[in-house]
Design a protein around this ligand. Structure first.
Ligand SMILES: *Cc1c(COP(=O)(O)O)cnc(C)c1O
Length: 430
């Protein structure tokens, strides 16, 4: 049961992502979720266009994921990972090592995407310590997003993550111009110039380049040219700088490849995974690296990698992640994502001509409609709920990333709701 009193308590006492407790926008009470639908407390059902932020790729309340958790729970929900190992962690890491590029064979499990990024940056810094050098700078791209903890935030887009708020506290890193050449369009060599200039100038202090391959997600939902990523890999090789690929959003098929790095046929030195890792059931992340990086870290003065969260390798999360990866590998993600991509193209690209629309872009199971003016958040959210869909825009971006198992009729409901919203000027700022 969910009462008006519960809603009032929520409003007064509980923060939601990026909200104020001063005068928050309304929240919608969800009491159950099944397949590709969320159920509101009043009984209405909403078709889910968000996969709970890239995570619920198999849909909600999946019997096999539930069973994996129940079975693990009957053995043990948690046990410390210090000095102890367990079947769920070993099974999951075996799968991760097998499904990622061959050179990535060492795995660090942590609690969330942001922590995977922290771990990757710490790995890079300790790698250089192991080589007898102190390197504490990173090179990244404008418009990037890597999480909300401080080290992760220091490599997020400076405007989007309000670096001005933390001036004097956040470490200063190098930001190359965001890629301009779009995925699927012509490549212009000049796109890499700013990145090339920065790495040439500063490589002797740079521990690693960190970026989101191909899809810049929360920093603007932009899809960039694979040549850019190939060139980054070449520059990293030329100057001996490590490359960290943050595939927390793109991993596990979302962009149309199992990992977005495959679009450019490159392999990073460190790979961050999260979000869809547990099929949207529990929080878990993994950072993978090469034997060389792992062994070099071991030669640093610490003699070990200096990280170890309390809930590291949580058995429940590992067991459900393992089952989610099994589902992915025996399933039809590649044809499902291709089908979603085609339908998103068919139904969203015609909106390009709408006067409210600045741009429409589609890659894999991601569809983005960029409006000319920012949405009126409370109004458009309510509108979508009235249309029976769950779509959560930000700024000028209305986007879809549905579960891979979404039915064509459900996806059509999502795209139709966006089309109709565009015709309603009250849902957008002037
Ligand atoms: C969501 C995201 C993160 C942060 O993950 P959390 O689990 O929210 O901490 C980091 N990098 C990218 C690319 C993401 O999309």
């Amino acid at each position: 049961m969910f009462t008006q009193d519960d809603l009032a308590f929520d409003r007064q006492h509980i923060w939601h992502p990026y909200t104020s407790l001063h005068d928050p926008l309304p929240c919608y009470p969800i009491v159950a979720a099944q397949g590709c639908e969320l159920q509101l407390a009043d009984g209405r059902h909403l078709v889910d266009g968000m996969s709970s932020w890239w995570a619920a790729i198999h849909g909600y309340n999946h019997p096999r994921l539930n069973q994996a958790m129940q079975q693990q729970m009957s053995q043990m929900s948690h046990v410390m990972f210090g000095g102890i190992t367990h079947p769920a962690a070993v099974a999951l890491c075996r799968q991760l090592v097998a499904m990622t590029p061959q050179t990535l064979e060492c795995v660090f499990l942590a609690d969330s995407g942001s922590i995977a990024v922290e771990v990757s940056m710490k790995m890079a810094m300790q790698y250089w310590l192991g080589r007898g050098e102190t390197r504490q700078q990173f090179l990244t791209l404008q418009r990037g997003y890597h999480g909300d903890t401080f080290a992760a935030m220091s490599v997020c887009d400076p405007q989007n993550s309000m670096h001005s708020l933390w001036r004097g506290f956040l470490p200063q890193h190098h930001f190359a111009d965001a890629p301009e050449c779009r995925f699927g369009e012509a490549w212009d060599e000049r796109d890499i110039n700013d990145f090339a200039r920065l790495i040439e100038q500063h490589h002797s202090q740079i521990a690693a380049v960190i970026l989101e391959p191909i899809v810049q997600g929360a920093g603007g939902m932009r899809f960039y040219h694979p040549r850019y990523l190939q060139q980054v890999r070449e520059y990293c090789d030329r100057y001996g700088v490590l490359l960290i690929a943050d595939e927390i959003a793109t991993g596990f098929g979302r962009s149309g490849k199992l990992f977005a790095c495959e679009h450019a046929d490159i392999v990073p030195d460190i790979l961050c995974l999260g979000k869809a890792l547990t099929g949207g059931t529990m929080t878990l992340s993994a950072t993978l690296t090469t034997r060389d990086v792992a062994e070099t870290i071991g030669r640093s003065a610490a003699g070990c990698f200096m990280h170890g969260p309390t809930f590291m390798g949580n058995p429940l999360a590992c067991a459900v992640a393992s089952e989610s990866l099994a589902l992915l590998q025996e399933g039809h993600w590649s044809s499902q994502v291709a089908r979603i991509e085609q339908q998103l193209r068919d139904e969203l690209l015609p909106l390009r001509d709408h006067p409210q629309v600045a741009d429409v872009r589609v890659l894999g199971a991601i569809g983005v409609v960029e409006s000319r003016t920012p949405v009126e958040m409370a109004a458009i959210q309510q509108y979508f709920v009235e249309q029976g869909v769950w779509i959560r825009p930000f700024g000028r971006l209305i986007y879809l990333m549905p579960p891979y198992v979404i039915a064509p009729a459900q996806l059509a409901q999502l795209t139709a709701a966006i089309g109709k919203a565009l015709d309603n000027p009250a849902l957008f700022r002037a």
